[in-house]
Write a protein that binds this ligand. Structure first.
Ligand code: GLA
Length: 678
């Protein structure tokens, strides 16, 4: 079943509240990516729930992101997850709540107005499942809506007008957590609806974490500090990079509202669901943790791979999320897709995320004092994904892969000398190479510490079949503090290598002051590209360098279908069908390699007819870092617009679609007849 907005029944609360995503482009203007200043001073003392619940962000599981209403959401699944929490050590890591989402009930209440569990999914009732979860030392959560029906299109009974009876029933079943949605709310004031349920939950006498899920529509961060323990700040997440990024950007500026007992909720984790890369899932996990977000696992752990468990089970990252001070990380800087976010920790240290929004590797840097630490001679810097320590004189920097996040923790530590100097290693810029043609690239290793690094050596290895030859120095007997070892390499991908982005490994070794050999591997990447054919050609006949999309994959010669590749309809704008082009869903960015060989780009752009009169989007063309053409906001009411751009000399072209400023719902956007003249 599809759950994207065009196919969902949201009752009177139509449309998702998603963010304008104009900062998606690789070379996004700084202003587009900078969040507005937070409206409250840090630590603003709005009244909290005061019941001692959710003093750190709730951790656990919720089935929605992996099952929606499909039949595999049932008793066996819920019990299976509880078992895995114990057997795989996730309970030890801190995951506690096992929560049911929508579709657990029958569509009708019983004669007494009580909710009835779906007898097919839950043949033994809800209490039996809750008891099972409790027997594992875990807690149990349930879902309903602050309206007359829930959000699934079948529409299960909602809690509006039944608050006290439903809350009583939940408490009798042993519910420890309630997610309270917003569909079919009949236009009743949100504060009133959520406050009534809060009071009903309190009246049961059972401690129940109260999760407000009104998608940020009524700014609950401004009024709900004594109503709920957490509140959704955005519309629904889906398992795509575009959605994750949009939600992250909407949640970051709300940092001042988070505190023990009150959390901003950017929706549940997608880690392990398959629509993103492991790098992107590590980014979601890192960024959700630095934002002190609830960590509700959204994948079916019965089918999860080891990588998924490794990400979800990273205790050092979880410790950032669960820090008792309860601060949400703040954006320190954000420029051209390079984000620095820092979170003050209870022990005075800072967690620092270097997050690369762009589609190619970038160096991201900050300093210990910029993230709020006092001046010191040296700092201990711990990499929370590599689990290594090093000493820096103050610079915190890394070459971060596309969509990746480097997460470190930084202490002003008098013992900094006991750690080896931090060596920052990376590629100097994005690497492109044609299969079978040698490319010259360079790497750098910089000593960020205060002490010299000795016997520094560097090696670069490519995927099987690639040849990599150093064409300059790879060793430095002594690399003083602040100095760089720069090495050039000749890299050749074998003839016939498919165009794509490939990972290479830069291995850096050195001897610490204590004589210990330190070896670290730094991922780098190279795009294998093909030059576009001479003359006029359709872009949909070429391979892109990278593609991100708000829902499902970008489609060639079809509109976006939102799920699998090839599931779209014909490209149709204003009643005209096109056989060639790209079908995307805002927010989207598709990048192609031009190698300086092309003159111009042309397309007919617009919203695809298939979403009715509901879509809005704006189209932009970027040549390298420059925006060379753009439309205003287009709607379904408009015929295709001709968009052309001069791209002479550019190495890459990037086709960007933003959501038109009203959230991403229904934004099926077409680049019809997109051609290059080279
Ligand atoms: C809404 C919520 C989602 C999920 C679904 C269930 O869309 O925002 O998180 O609970 O309803 O129908």
């Amino acid at each position: 079943m599809r759950s994207s907005p065009p196919f969902r029944n949201r009752g009177v609360a139509a449309g998702l509240a998603c963010v304008l995503l104009s900062g998606l482009a690789y070379a996004a203007p700084a202003s587009a990516a900078s969040p507005p200043p937070a409206p409250l001073a840090r630590g603003a003392q709005a009244p909290a729930m005061g019941d001692g619940l959710a003093l750190t962000p709730p951790m656990g599981f919720n089935n929605w992101n992996s099952t929606h209403c499909r039949p595999e959401f049932n008793e066996a699944m819920v019990k299976g997850i509880a078992d895995i929490f114990v057997s795989k050590g996730l309970k030890e890591v801190g995951y506690e709540y096992v929560n049911l989402d929508d579709c657990w009930a029958l569509p009708q209440r019983d004669a007494d107005g009580k909710l009835v569990a779906d007898p097919v999914r839950f043949p033994n009732g809800i209490k039996a499942v809750a008891d099972y979860v409790h027997s594992k030392g875990l807690k149990f959560g349930i879902y309903t809506s602050a309206g007359t029906k829930t959000c699934d299109r079948i529409g299960f009974p909602g809690g509006l007008g039944h608050e006290y009876s439903d809350a009583r029933q939940f408490a009798d079943w042993g519910v420890d957590y309630l997610k309270y949605d917003n569909c079919f709310n009949q236009g009743v004031d949100a504060k009133k609806r959520y406050t009534t349920m809060r009071d009903a939950l309190r009246a049961t006498g059972r401690p129940i974490v109260f999760s407000i899920c009104e998608w940020g529509e009524n700014k609950p961060w401004e009024w709900a500090s004594d109503v709920g323990h957490l509140w959704r700040t955005t519309g629904d997440i889906n398992d795509s990079w575009g959605s994750t990024l949009a939600i992250m950007k909407k949640n970051l500026p709300l940092h001042a509202y988070a505190k023990p007992g009150n959390w901003n909720d950017p929706d549940m984790l997608e880690v392990g669901n398959g629509g993103m890369t492991d790098t992107e899932y590590r980014t979601q996990f890192s960024m959700w943790s630095i934002m002190a977000a609830p960590l509700l696992i959204g994948s079916d752990l019965r089918k999860a791979d080891e990588k998924t468990f490794e990400i979800l089970g990273n205790r050092e990252v979880v410790a950032v999320d669960q820090d008792p001070l309860g601060r949400q990380g703040e954006v320190i800087s954000s420029e051209a897709g390079r984000w620095v976010v820092a979170k003050e920790m209870a022990d005075g240290s800072r967690a620092v995320a270097l997050f690369n929004e762009s589609d190619r590797p970038q160096r991201i840097a900050t300093t210990a004092t910029d993230v709020g630490l006092p001046q010191a001679r040296g700092y201990r810097m711990r990499d929370l994904w590599q689990h290594t320590d090093a000493a820096t004189a103050g610079t915190v920097a890394a070459t971060v892969p596309a969509h990746g996040t480097v997460l470190v923790r930084l202490w002003a530590d008098r013992d900094w000398k006991s750690y080896p100097p931090a060596l920052e290693a990376g590629q100097t810029d994005a690497w492109f190479t044609e299969a079978g043609v040698p490319a010259e690239v360079s790497t750098t290793v910089t000593n960020l510490g205060r002490q010299k690094a000795e016997s520094v050596s560097v090696d670069l290895t490519g995927p099987a079949g690639w040849t990599v030859v150093a064409t300059s120095r790879t060793v430095s007997e002594v690399l003083p503090a602040g100095r760089t070892l720069r090495t050039t390499w000749r890299v050749t991908a074998p003839a016939g290598t498919r165009p794509d982005v490939y990972g290479l490994t830069l291995t850096v070794a050195h001897r610490s002051p204590g004589g210990v050999r330190v070896v670290r591997e730094q991922p780098v990447s190279a795009g294998v590209v093909v030059l576009p054919p001479p003359g006029v050609s359709f872009l949909s006949d070429s391979s892109w360098l990278s593609a991100t999309n708000g829902w499902g994959p970008v489609e060639k010669d079809f509109s976006v279908g939102e799920a699998a590749s090839g599931d779209g309809g014909p490209l149709t704008i204003g009643g005209t069908r096109y056989t060639k082009g790209l079908g995307v869903h805002a927010p989207s960015a598709v990048e192609y390699y031009l190698g300086g060989e092309c003159f111009s780009f042309s397309a007919k752009v617009g919203l695809d007819d298939e979403t009715g009169a509901r879509g809005t989007a704006a189209f932009e063309v970027w040549a390298d870092g420059r925006r060379v053409a753009a439309t205003g906001v287009l709607t379904n009411a408009l015929p295709a617009q001709h968009l052309s751009a001069v791209v002479a000399g550019a190495e890459t072209i990037r086709l960007v679609v933003t959501d038109g400023g009203d959230g991403m719902s229904y934004d099926h956007a077409d680049w019809a007849d997109a051609t290059l003249d080279c």
